[in-house]
Design a binder for this molecule. Structure first.
Ligand code: PMP
Length: 427
């Protein structure tokens, strides 16, 4: 039982596992008990730049000296520069940025913009997805976090997933007709040809299993949206800023969304900030219509300064290219670390520095795996309820550290499998 005067998130408080952080550098994190952990998770997928970056600290300190408290219509250099740089990173035709404090708010404002622009209210997302904890974003989310809070936003329809290793349509990727993409077109039609404001999708599904679509998926969804006058929103909160080896994950696919939702890697976690990048064909609507969206700390100076510096570091340290170069090693070494031929080991997938392996473990096996990782001081995303482990190291991780961490994961998994097998065998 934790005895702290604040809540721990996504857990009952009795089972919360507090971790006393004191600092860190690069891919390593220090804890108060003198421990040094290797972060193969980027904490909550935001620490793309690694920990304790001196340039980020300096940029925040400088901004704190200059200007901290603003109102939403304030103009100051970091706000202008960040918006400019983000639009330069976006595909041609993007003309406006809406700033928020995090990912859920980015989704929230994208769906509000879609409703305002189209005059429609319905939204389509997918089951294996997470878009944030606020009610609109949670309504779009498909995983276990939504049902406890229902009913959610009216008009949200969930589509079946693009999940090639366990195709919901019973197909194999080399012979299918991309039924998952056609399905979204069918839903747009069946929901009423002019009733869906937006389709909101993680470009590459992150925490729900690293689901990587085949190349035709996004262009087919784009085409279906165009046919129905529906806006296409790419949730790049997790996949953005180099995670998949490109700045934005949609750059792997031949598609241009209408809005791009960002957070996490936007500042690498050094300050809270999210953003919606808006294509000019959408943004123009608000030239003469009220943008009924806003927040007190819109474009907070510390967030903007962190964003400007983060983008500079991504470029100066070549971190997107680094993620692309290290990506194959992450997946190869993960696969090599998996105990061969064990029935509990499911499919594994990866793109850039984002990879997952499915595991069919009993609760005791997951517990043993968590204990083995703790003993080796490795941060990894364990999702027992989804039967998945996800890896997302900081983009600056040294190759040797990543390899050692994956080998450690393999050992911890082998121990957990032995414990689970012993549990299962009749005594
Ligand atoms: N979208 C995706 C794809 C995410 O992974 C997350 C956070 N895990 C969010 C949105 C919500 O971001 P935040 O927690 O900053 O609100």
């Amino acid at each position: 039982m934790s005895d702290y005067p604040f809540f721990f998130t996504w857990t009952d408080q009795r089972r919360a596992v507090p971790i006393h952080l004191t600092g860190g550098d690069g891919a390593f994190v220090d804890t108060a008990d003198g421990g040094r952990w290797l972060d193969l998770a980027s904490f909550s997928f935001q620490a793309n730049l690694g920990h304790g970056h001196p340039r980020m600290r300096a940029a925040l300190a400088k901004q704190a000296e200059e200007l901290c408290v603003v109102m939403p219509n304030a103009i100051f250099p970091a706000k202008q520069e960040l918006a400019q740089r983000l639009l330069e990173l976006a595909p041609e035709g993007f003309s406006r940025v809406f700033f928020t404090l995090g990912g859920a708010e980015a989704i929230e404002n994208a769906l509000k913009i879609a409703r305002l622009v189209t005059g429609r209210h319905k939204l389509i997302s997918r089951y294996r997805s997470y878009h944030g904890a606020s009610m609109g974003a949670l309504s779009l989310s498909g995983d276990w976090r939504r049902p406890p809070l229902e009913p959610g936003l009216a008009g949200v329809v969930h589509a079946l997933d693009c999940y090639c290793d366990r195709c919901p349509f019973g197909h194999k990727v080399d012979t299918c007709q991309r039924e998952c993409a056609r399905h979204i077109g069918d839903l747009l039609q069946l929901e009423g040809p002019r009733s869906v404001a937006a389709v909101v999708l993680e470009t590459v599904v992150g925490a729900n299993g690293v689901l990587i679509p085949p190349s035709e998926y996004w262009p087919m969804v784009r085409e279906a949206c165009d046919r129905h006058g529906t806006l296409l929103v790419a949730d790049e909160v997790l996949s953005g800023f180099g995670r998949t080896g490109r700045c934005f994950a949609f750059e792997h696919f031949d598609v241009v969304p209408d809005m791009i939702c960002l957070a996490k890697g936007l500042t690498g976690g050094y300050a809270p900030l999210g953003a919606v990048l808006v294509h000019d064909r959408v943004a123009r609507h608000f030239d003469d219509n009220v943008l009924a969206c806003g927040l007190t700390n819109y474009a907070h100076p510390l967030g903007c300064a962190a964003g400007v510096e983060a983008l500079a570091i991504y470029a100066d340290e070549g971190l997107f290219e680094r993620a692309a170069a290290l990506g194959p090693t992450l997946l190869t070494d993960l696969r090599a670390a998996l105990p061969a031929g064990h029935a509990a080991i499911g499919p594994s997938r990866g793109i850039g520095l984002l990879a997952a392996v499915e595991l069919d473990l009993p609760a005791s096996g997951w517990k043993a795996l968590a204990a083995g990782l703790d003993a080796r001081r490795l941060f990894v995303h364990l999702y027992p309820s989804r039967g998945t482990v996800v890896f997302a190291p900081p983009l600056c991780i040294a190759e040797a550290d990543m390899k050692a961490g994956l080998a450690g994961f393999g050992e911890a998994l082998a121990e957990a499998l032995r414990a689970a097998d012993a549990d299962r065998s009749p005594s």
